[in-house]
Design a protein around this ligand. Structure first.
Ligand code: HEC
Length: 124
């Protein structure tokens, strides 16, 4: 009898964690909120300014709504970019430098600006 008590609870816990993981992986409203602006490091804060001048005309960063391009809220908290490419620095950098479909290349975002911008995107 006792044999079945604990395992069932363990299975329920495992199923619950699996559901949480699945929810996190599929995105939607399940990603944790972005780091508050007043808690950004210096690099992240500089990246926020780069975002404001170079990206904000086409992307929302802190709300989950498309503008001209998809929202970048939680961009690194989901496994894939909207296109289905893996959400990593390499792909995001390539998107910025080379553009993608209706997104024009942002060729002069480079050096420290690019590093800081990526740091900011990681806080979203
Ligand atoms: C003139 C408008 C415009 C600007 C400026 C712009 N984007 Fe985009 N962006 C778009 C559009 C449109 C898409 C959707 C492209 C597609 O997949 O068809 C997009 C897509 C993306 C994607 C998703 C790529 C993928 O693989 O799904 C990322 C990440 C991104 N932009 C980041 C940025 C960043 C960071 C900046 C600022 C340096 C920026 N964008 C500036 C319009 C813009």
């Amino acid at each position: 009898m006792r044999k079945y008590g604990m395992p069932r609870r363990a299975i329920a816990a495992a199923l619950f964690s699996a559901a949480l993981l699945a929810a996190a992986a599929t995105g939607c409203h399940s990603t944790p909120p972005p780091k508050p602006l007043d808690q950004l490091t210096e690099a992240e804060s500089l990246g926020h300014s780069v975002f404001a001048t170079r990206c904000a005309a086409c992307h929302y960063d802190r709300i989950n709504q498309p503008l001209h391009g998809p929202a970048l809220l939680g961009v690194y908290k989901k496994p894939y970019l909207p296109s289905g490419a893996p959400a990593n620095d390499e792909r995001v950098t390539a998107t910025i430098l080379h553009g993608r479909n209706m997104m024009p290349a942002q060729q002069n975002v480079d050096g420290a600006d690019l590093t800081n911008l990526l740091a900011y995107l990681h806080t979203l």
